[in-house]
Design a protein around this ligand. Structure first.
Ligand code: SF4
Ligand code: SF4
Length: 397
């Protein structure tokens, strides 16, 4: 967290309140009462997935996740934490930038077609449990979808109506590196309410702050009391400790120029020999936004639909223009992806396209690690596996 962010956080914390665990349900109820569809973390298919919730009991109570390159496992915790996990494979982009959207449909009428533009259901989402890195990812997608010359009006409409309850991270995962991307583990902006979950001896409570008038309005109706200086200090110390326990790190100082200046580095061939071009990394990434458009026509030829769906720069078709693909090889595709994330995204949008959530590392079936690839191209330090092997040898393991 930068000094500016730290100051913002400490300023906000002067108005911090405490919501007891037993009273958290009131927050979900208040959001539902205001007409929000509350989306929060739930347990599904041995992962944590964001889905509709109406009760605190639907949260992954007492579960945590272990994450490493190509590895994700849920495990029981010794306590009953509600937010004791890190992140699941799905990000909030599933709701703001859905994987599939019908744009319009056409039905034959007489000698012509009647075209109906898709009308979105008027859903107002309350995101319950967004991590600080995910707030930054939403801010990055905002720039892509309505921060420039062209606006995705459907995205903007959804985005402008959301209510965000963020949860600061106090248990970073094995693939997290938000601290080095300056996107976490404490939230500094982009939320209506932010919680820090604290389980201290026999107490379980949430240090709570509002980040907007909307948030303050909702909080006013929830049973709470002003936080004591000790409780505020405890929350700050948990977040501070989390920033020192990140599973991964990224040296961002030179990465923009490093990737731009090394298009022929031999490491690209090495990583491409492992990369399956499966697209997992782009599907789970909360900032990736690429799409394609497909038309579907009925066999009878009397109706047709146009759909927009997620695509990935790891497919050959994605860069197809007349005559062939611009990036036909895995080398070209992986190099393009990581160079966009950490170099050309800065030129395009003024920030990195990576928030250090670690999902692409966890969900890559062969464990390709964006932090390790950058280190290899820079030529510094051995990779994690080598380091572990060396330590084991040193210890006589
Ligand atoms: S590139 Fe990887 S670590 Fe960075 S935001 Fe995307 S999924 Fe997360
Ligand atoms: S880097 Fe990993 S997740 Fe991404 S396309 Fe290659 S194999 Fe799939």
């Amino acid at each position: 967290m930068s000094e500016v962010d730290r100051k913002k956080q400490s300023h906000r914390q002067s108005g911090a309140v405490v919501i007891e665990r037993a009273d958290l349900q009131h927050l979900i109820d208040a959001l539902a009462k205001q007409g929000y569809r509350v989306i929060g973390p739930t347990l599904r298919d041995k992962t944590i997935v964001y889905d509709s919730i109406s009760s605190v009991d639907e949260l992954p109570i007492g579960w945590t996740d272990e994450q490493d390159g190509g590895r994700y496992r849920l495990k029981k915790r010794e306590d009953k934490a509600l937010f004791g996990y890190v992140l699941g494979p799905r990000s909030w982009k599933h709701f703001l930038h859905p994987p599939r959207q019908r744009l319009w449909s056409a039905t034959k009428k007489g000698r012509g077609f009647e075209i109906k533009t898709e009308k979105e259901p008027a859903v107002r989402y309350a995101f319950f449990g967004a991590r600080p890195c995910e707030l930054k990812a939403i801010a990055i997608q905002d720039k892509v979808f309505f921060g420039g010359e062209y606006t995705d009006t459907a995205y903007q409409h959804r985005r402008e109506q959301i209510f965000t309850v963020a949860v600061n991270c106090t248990n970073p995962g094995g693939t997290c590196f938000c601290a080095s991307m300056n996107t976490g583990p404490g939230a500094s902006e982009g939320f209506d309410i932010v919680l820090t979950e604290i389980i201290d001896k026999d107490r379980h409570f949430f240090l709570t702050e509002s980040g907007s008038d909307k948030g303050a309005g909702v909080l006013a109706d929830i049973p709470s009391r002003p936080a004591t200086p000790d409780e505020i200090a405890l929350a700050a110390s948990l977040i501070e400790a989390a920033s020192r326990r990140m599973g991964r790190s990224m040296n961002t100082g030179d990465v923009h120029d490093l990737l731009r200046d090394n298009p022929e580095h031999p490491r690209w061939d090495e990583v491409a020999s492992r990369c399956l071009s499966c697209c997992n990394c782009t599907m789970v990434c909360p900032t990736c936004f690429c799409i394609t458009v497909e038309d579907k026509t009925s066999l009878a030829g009397d109706s047709s639909e146009r759909w927009r769906r997620w695509d990935s720069c790891f497919t050959v078709d994605f860069s197809y223009i007349h005559g062939g693909s611009v990036r036909p090889s895995p080398v070209a595709r992986y190099r393009h992806w990581i160079t966009h994330k950490l170099s050309t995204w800065v030129d395009q949008f003024g920030s990195f396209g990576c928030v250090g959530c670690g999902r692409c590392i966890t969900w890559c079936p062969v464990g390709i690690d964006i932090t390790e690839e950058v280190r290899a191209i820079r030529g510094d330090s051995v990779n994690k596996t080598e380091a572990v092997t060396q330590t084991e040898e040193t210890n006589g393991g």
